[in-house]
Design a protein around this ligand. Structure first.
Ligand SMILES: [Zn+2]
Length: 179
């Protein structure tokens, strides 16, 4: 992904083909429910209506939720990796089947390089800077269990397990670490 702002990148999103599991009811099953830990904003938006193509209005709302809120929207709002969105959705679906209906609480989504540099312990080439990573937790779910659920989702790349309170997932290569 390039960091050109998500309006400029809209054509790339439109060209992306999804391959989500087919559901009996079209639409709402492809919604992702997110809550920002820092600002308290939430979004519960469909990023696809058919599991094959991106539904841009909903997808953009999710991108805004996952923005870097430390900077001006002209640089803080970017297209978030659709694979990352699918991964968060898959985790939420898994929890839903277990009877847990809670938003994914976003600690950190997209980060500008400046924001990333200010975070202690952040990797210098963090996938957060490409809109391909998210740190999160879910109310009432044990962190190790959450990391294991994330690992079990087919679209997941890396999983970082941080026992003190969050799980990192990204759309990079398949790898696991404990922070
Ligand atoms: Zn992270």
């Amino acid at each position: 992904m390039t960091r050109g702002g998500f309006v400029a990148g809209a054509a790339a999103a439109a060209a992306t083909t999804l391959s989500l599991p087919v559901r009996s009811r079209a639409g709402e099953e492809y919604s992702l429910w997110l809550l920002r830990q820092d600002t308290g904003e939430s979004a519960n938006e469909p990023f696809s209506l058919d599991g094959k193509t991106i539904y841009k209005p909903g997808y953009y709302e999710l991108c805004v939720l996952l923005r870097d809120a430390h900077v001006d929207p002209s640089v803080g709002d970017v297209q978030i990796s659709i694979r990352l969105v699918e991964t968060l959705w898959a985790i939420q679906q898994y929890l839903g089947r277990a009877g847990i209906r809670e938003p994914i609480i976003v600690h950190s989504g997209y980060r500008t390089p400046q924001t990333n540099a200010m975070i202690e312990g952040a990797a210098p080439h963090s996938l957060h800077m490409y809109g391909e990573a998210c740190d999160f937790d879910v109310r009432g779910v044990d962190m190790e269990e959450l990391a294991n659920i994330a690992w079990a989702c087919p679209s997941t790349g890396g999983v970082g397990y941080y026992p003190e309170g969050w799980v990192h997932v990204d759309a990079g290569s398949r790898r696991w670490w404990t922070g």
